[in-house]
Design a protein around this ligand. Structure first.
Ligand code: TUI
Length: 307
């Protein structure tokens, strides 16, 4: 299936993987790229040299294009932004902020830039700044989110910009893919489905929580701090939201989540850890390889869109 996104990124299928902190490391990125999508290494809060190492390891596992996601709240973002250029990375996605200050450097180096946005205003600003495409990410997504749903956001962004739009948030199967195309998307970005993939290095306890999750099992922490984060309900979210209701200050809340994503992903602590996942976790019923996921979605979408 060809769209402006497959042409832009030189990939076979219009499916890109979310730049998930701790989860999106080189093995997952290479598996998605080898399956014909666009794998992404999530730089998250990692030191820049760790990201360089991840890029090098990914190159050893795939000769297909892959990208790096730069989380703009990362204090090392300036260094990571430079390293992607030095390492000849083909695509950058960004999250949790405005990447305008890096745009000139990336464009001069021929890097394709795809900011993740949660509003029409931000999408327009990114187009003006020179973005090649945008990911319009609805609040169904896992992790740091905006406040508009995918169903409402994608068509409004598609109408507001000329550049291609990639839909994200609540998409995990062929129906979601086909719907995203109907809404004006030219590709999808998926996170949660890939968390539960065979190649994902996420601890078995975390994968199990995603696979067993029901439709209403996610919640949002951080609505009072300005950094809302969607994750699966557990002891940590219960305590966090209780503290927020009591008017706890930022530092007190930070204590609860310091290192908590690592705890969940690496140690499998599903009680105190942060289990970032989207509302679509309830649809993810089994572990499958990235190849199986992508083939299933593309075959299903062909049938749905051909009707
Ligand atoms: O970035 C994400 N998802 C993330 S980042 C992350 S790490 C983190 N952990 C705790 C607190 C905060 C971050 C986990 N998941 N998705 C893309 C995304 N970007 N969603 C929303 C936004 C966004 C928000 C505001 C993009 C731009 C923006 O603009 C603000 C500005 O600077 O104008």
């Amino acid at each position: 299936m060809k769209t402006r996104v497959t042409e832009l990124l030189e990939i076979q299928y219009p499916i890109i993987q979310g730049g998930m902190a701790w989860v999106a490391e080189h093995r997952l990125a290479a598996a998605v790229s080898n399956a014909g999508g666009l794998g992404i290494i999530g730089a998250a809060s990692a030191p820049a040299e760790v990201v360089r190492d991840e890029i090098k390891k990914c190159k050893e596992l795939t000769d297909k294009p892959f990208g790096v996601n730069i989380m703009l709240l990362n204090p090392n973002a300036d260094d990571v932004a430079r390293i992607v250029v030095e390492e000849g990375v083909k695509v950058v996605t960004t999250g949790a902020g405005n990447p305008s200050k890096y745009m000139e450097m990336w464009k001069n180096a021929g890097v394709k830039v795809i900011p993740v946005v949660a509003s029409v205003a931000m999408a327009k600003m990114m187009e003006r700044a020179g973005a090649d495409a945008v990911v319009a990410e609805g609040m169904e997504s896992g992790g740091h989110i905006g406040s508009t749903t995918t169903f409402a956001l994608v068509p409004q962004v598609a109408d507001a910009v000329e550049i291609p739009v990639i839909a994200a948030g609540g998409i995990a199967d062929a129906r979601g893919f086909a719907a995203a195309i109907m809404l004006g998307g030219e590709a999808v970005q998926m996170g949660t489905r890939f968390v539960a993939s065979k190649e994902s290095i996420v601890h078995a306890n975390y994968k199990d929580k995603v696979i067993k999750a029901k439709d209403i099992d996610s919640t949002v922490t951080g609505t009072t701090t300005g950094h809302p984060v969607r994750c699966l309900k557990n002891k940590m979210t219960k305590e966090y939201i209780k503290l927020e209701k009591e008017g706890a200050d930022f530092m007190e809340l930070e204590k609860l989540t310091l290192g908590s994503l690592r705890k969940a992903v690496i140690e499998g602590d599903v009680t105190n850890g942060t289990l970032m996942a989207g509302q679509i976790a309830g649809l993810v019923k089994a572990e499958a390889s990235c190849q199986e996921i992508i083939v299933e979605i593309m075959n299903g979408a062909k049938e749905l869109l051909g009707r």
